[in-house]
Design a protein around this ligand. Sequence first.
Ligand SMILES: CC(C)(COP(=O)(O)OP(=O)(O)OC[C@H]1O[C@@H](n2cnc3c(N)ncnc32)[C@H](O)[C@@H]1OP(=O)(O)O)[C@@H](O)C(=O)NCCC(=O)NCCS
Length: 187
Amino acid sequence: MKDLGMKRLETDRLMLREIKLDDGPEMLENWASDDKMTSYMSWSSHKNLKETRAVIHKWVEKYSRPLGFNWVIQIKETKELIGNIEVISTNASQQLCQVAFCIGSKWWNKGYTTEALKPVLKFLLNDVGFYVVEAQYLAENPAAGKVLMKAGMTKDGVMRKRYMGKNRPMELVMIRYSVTANELGKR
Ligand SMILES: CC(C)(COP(=O)(O)OP(=O)(O)OC[C@H]1O[C@@H](n2cnc3c(N)ncnc32)[C@H](O)[C@@H]1OP(=O)(O)O)[C@@H](O)C(=O)NCCC(=O)NCCS
């Protein structure tokens, strides 16, 4: 695999770029404090800028580590930052990684996440050279499954009783999708 570092990716409507320390106020306002969105995530809504800045510091630090990928999603026309797509885990010996994504609920159902995920999958599989990219989401959030399917991924299975943290019951079901480079090329 090639450790290419963070590469800017672009689509018709979106710029996917590295996050910067001064993106804090927008990240807090547009997605990190969004209770509707974080209800599907393992982390709680941020309560203040200090919390968001601490997360951004970790993300920036991650860029210097091998295969440390995390793109903030920006609408080109308005320059608004609306969410992020991150490689949350990698297994280099298996050439496997897992992505996760979120965007503020104000921008849901406009096709943004699907549009952003497609070049990320291409980059990870075709350029970096992962064999497979996986993603998983809470079954109670079918929109996430739709995004994965529309981006070219296939359902692997259902994982029973997976814990998502944040004082939620252990019984929550998660659904796993994946795609290989060969499969993506055929779509
Ligand atoms: C999942 C999430 C990223 C979707 O973002 P988005 O930008 O709205 O996604 P898109 O617009 O590209 O696609 C959403 C699709 O889901 C569909 N959808 C929305 N609500 C749905 C529902 N309740 N049931 C089924 N499909 C639904 C939309 O109609 C759309 O499909 P379409 O284009 O065929 O009409 C966003 O809801 C989010 O941030 N959720 C919280 C974080 C999360 O769950 N992340 C996934 C874990 S990795």
